[in-house]
Ligand binder design. Structure first.
Ligand code: SF4
Ligand code: SF4
Length: 417
């Protein structure tokens, strides 16, 4: 078992403004669908206002994960999705605990771990290079393009043993901060010397199974590439009975065109063997691109439009991801799918499964991390200063950023600007 998280620090009197904003979120109780006795997270999926924070399947910077989890818990997300790593899971739970110590009535989000069945999934890779192979005068575009500040390079002077006579040269030191790299791949394409490699990996099923029996893990997400059910089946069997411990099993998949629906139905058949909780399909439009710009969200919305028009899609909730950002709600509204229970232009009642909304909600990753990360990076970086609750001004600013994303999905009324 992982070590118990550190106790939350004593609350500061100046958290009053944070408490006021977050208490209004916690007090917001949307109207429940008649007969809905599901957990609040599932009620949100049924209404179509579920929000998930994606910390990143490969993002393992525990300090940032903890602070992100704290802020987005206060903002009222339903689920926090993180790397399937014991220390990262503990960091998420510590962030949630601190949020609950600030606003005791806050809803505790489900904690989800993300794994893959195939090393070809882009979320499960790390960039790697040897800075000694880089020309010392490189302008370091890799460092500039990285959205995670995961590359740090410094040009240093190298002197020979005999300082007077040996020539002076220089070189680059540093490289990829592995815990922060989440595999977006942007550095790979900008390196003018082709020095960066992508190292792919598959999460160990035995480690994942251990995580799933932890009481502070509620859900698993399996990323699959849609290139065949064999690897999914192998992973599913390796996870064994551990999957019956979680409340929700999500499958994240890309749009593979016409074959997608058959693939999903085959996966659903496999999962029926042991999954006892709810199931969710994550429609991964344009992976890891939400922070790039407005149009990044188009692919996931068009994936949703394609799937919701198909009557033979498998049961379960459907949620967007991959390119989601501040514009996703608008795109969903234009497609007639925001909190919609019937297809645009029809009166056909949604008949599959227990859900009401055709699209259960939205998962935010890179964009969510970017807007709160801007605040986190303003904090002093000395040891002991990385806890955002020790900086109530920054915490309030970060919460307002988070609410600007979560609020439009949830429909919170009268939040402070
Ligand atoms: S793959 Fe993405 S996150 Fe990783 S170092 Fe490169 S740019 Fe940064
Ligand atoms: S862009 Fe390429 S060569 Fe330049 S510092 Fe980065 S990895 Fe090295």
């Amino acid at each position: 078992m992982a070590a118990a998280p550190a106790p939350p620090p004593p609350l500061l009197a100046s958290h009053a403004a944070v408490r006021a904003a977050a208490s209004r979120v916690a007090a917001y109780r949307p109207i429940r669908v008649a007969g809905d006795d599901h957990p609040p997270q599932v009620a949100a999926l049924r209404r179509g206002d579920w929000v998930k924070l994606i910390c990143g399947a490969s993002f393992e910077d525990a300090a940032d994960v903890r602070n992100l989890s704290l802020v987005y818990t206060l903002a009222g997300v339903d689920c926090i999705d993180c790397a399937a790593d014991a220390s990262v899971v503990s960091a998420v739970n510590e962030g949630i605990d601190v949020a609950a110590s600030i606003v005791p009535s806050v809803q505790r989000p489900w904690v989800m771990v993300s794994v893959n069945d195939d090393c070809r999934d882009l979320h499960f890779r790390k960039a790697e290079f040897d800075p000694e192979e880089c020309p010392p005068d490189c302008s370091k575009p890799c460092e500039k393009v990285c959205p995670a500040d995961a590359i740090s390079l410094k040009r240093v002077i190298v002197r020979g043993e005999h300082a007077q006579s040996d020539p002076v040269s220089d070189k680059l030191e540093g490289g990829v901060i592995i815990q922060r790299c989440y595999g977006c791949g942007r550095c790979l394409s900008v390196c003018p010397y082709d020095r960066i490699r992508a190292m792919s990996y598959v999460r160990d099923p035995a480690t994942t199974a251990e995580l799933l029996i932890r009481s502070d893990v509620d859900a698993i997400e399996i990323h699959t590439t849609g290139k065949g059910t064999g690897m999914f089946n192998t992973l599913w069997n390796s996870l064994g009975e551990s999957v019956s411990n979680v409340k929700l099993v999500a499958v994240s998949l890309p749009n593979a065109g016409k074959s997608t629906i058959d693939f999903m139905n085959a996966i659903y058949t496999i999962m029926q063997s042991r999954a006892e909780g709810y199931n969710l399909w994550q429609l991964d439009g344009r992976p890891m691109s939400g922070d790039i710009g407005r149009g990044a969200t188009r692919e996931t919305v068009s994936f949703a439009v394609d799937l919701t028009s198909l009557p033979d899609r498998p049961p379960g909730f459907y949620q967007l991801a991959g390119g989601t950002n501040l514009h996703t709600v608008d795109y969903l509204k234009k497609a007639g799918l925001f909190k919609a229970r019937t297809l645009p232009g029809t009166t056909t009642s949604e008949k599959i499964g227990s859900q009401e909304a055709l699209i259960g909600g939205i998962a935010y990753g890179g964009y969510a991390r970017k807007i709160v990360g801007r605040v986190l990076h303003k904090m002093p970086s000395q040891v002991g200063c990385m806890r955002i609750e020790n900086h109530p001004g920054y915490l309030l600013e970060a919460l307002q950023e988070a609410l600007s994303l979560v609020g439009p999905v949830k429909g919170y009324p009268d939040l402070p600007k």
